[in-house]
Ligand binder design. Structure first.
Ligand SMILES: [Zn+2]
Length: 375
């Protein structure tokens, strides 16, 4: 490749990259083997007299030209843009790395799954049973958050990563559930996130609400995925019982269910998806407030992985202890909301994450069903 062609190549890359917002890039080279023999020739044409690898010489030369022309920096660890150049043919490829945005979501209405839930009869093609929508539920948290972001960032696609997920019939209130949105091949990266927040919240009004949006990273996504299954969760449960509930019994429950370990056998409702075994999970506290003679509002904080519905109804004594037994009443209706999900801490080092994973190995990785997080 002559020096003139080299200049042309850089110009072409500059033109294409002008479509994208970015701060940094890295240039990598794909050098065919036969080119190695022409190393001297190339060196001469670039007037590079160092003894380094020809590949590095060329990529560094292109990188520094792009850096100057586009006013960006060179980043080796987590580049936003990767340019791969075949210096022999003059062909190149631009790889636009994903953008990550973290935040919290609240789900104010029931029956909105976290990710699209397709019709179980037609798997999305559309049939009579789903009214030809192909869907079990028309909306999802993922789409309500992801679609506006896709438009604003001019990305090609997105992936929604929640810190666990609630049952479709549970709401998420309080501080909300942490999530990270991954936007693939974005053209924009310098968006004021309050614009995105407003856009999502106006569009999903009364159903889903996001807050605390911040730019994130793949590293934080890794931490979210590995630590969220074991993060503590706080729930609110409004439970209607089959008879009057005594205040005295409720106070006893508050006392007895504080800082204990609950033994729980895999609930029957999830047996098809999860291994049948006995789990031991920490229960931090249960607070009970009577709404009327038969209805109680509970606030329950547990270690991740405890099935809360079964903590309340006992699941035929397969959860010990359980609230129904302690109360001597059978629940007729349980309305469950997630009010807080402990945010995985990003300051933890990878080493800490590995240690935690070792301790809990297998437990959170056992499967990835519809209800990844027990509620
Ligand atoms: Zn269908």
């Amino acid at each position: 490749m002559s020096k003139a062609r080299f200049g042309e190549l850089v110009e072409k890359i500059v033109e294409e990259l002008r479509e994208y917002e970015f701060r940094n890039l890295v240039v990598g080279a794909r050098v065919p083997a036969e080119l190695r023999e022409r190393e001297d020739e190339l060196r001469a044409s670039f007037r590079i007299e160092t003894g380094e690898d020809i590949k590095e010489d060329i990529t560094r030369a292109i990188g520094s030209m792009l850096q100057r022309r586009l006013n960006v920096s060179v980043e080796y660890q987590n580049p936003e843009i990767v340019v791969l150049v075949d210096v022999f043919s003059g062909e190149y490829e631009i790889q636009v790395n994903p953008l990550f945005i973290k935040g919290y979501y609240r789900k104010l209405k029931k029956n909105i799954p976290q990710t699209p839930w397709y019709c179980r009869y037609c798997w999305g093609r559309g049939c009579e049973r789903c009214g030809f929508t192909g869907r079990e539920y028309p909306e999802s948290v993922s789409e309500l958050v992801g679609e506006p972001a896709l438009r604003i960032f001019e990305a090609l696609s997105y992936k929604f990563h929640g810190a666990g997920r609630e049952d479709v019939d549970a709401t998420v209130i309080g501080t909300g559930r942490p999530f990270i949105l991954e936007l693939k091949h974005p053209r924009k990266r310098f968006v004021d996130l309050s614009i995105l927040e407003r856009e999502i919240n106006e569009h999903a009004q009364g159903r889903v609400e996001v807050s605390g949006l911040e730019y994130s990273s793949r590293r934080e996504l890794r931490i979210l995925k590995s630590l969220s299954p074991i993060a503590s969760k706080t729930y609110e449960a409004i439970v209607e019982f089959d008879g009057d509930v005594s205040d005295e019994r409720l106070r006893e429950i508050e006392e007895r269910f504080r800082g204990i370990v609950v033994e729980q056998r895999t609930p029957r409702r999830v047996l098809r998806r999860r291994a049948d075994k006995i789990r031991q999970k920490k229960l931090y506290y249960v607070e009970a407030e009577k709404i009327d003679e038969k209805t109680v509002k509970f606030k329950i904080k547990t270690q991740g992985g405890l099935y809360v519905k079964e903590l309340i109804d006992g699941d035929d004594a397969s959860t010990k202890p359980n609230i129904a037994e302690a109360l001597g009443r059978r629940p007729l209706k349980i309305d469950l909301s997630v009010i807080e999900v402990e945010a995985p801490r990003s300051e933890k080092s990878e080493k800490d994450v590995e240690l935690v994973l070792d301790r809990y190995s297998g437990e959170h990785l056992e499967d990835h069903g519809r209800d990844e997080e027990p509620v």
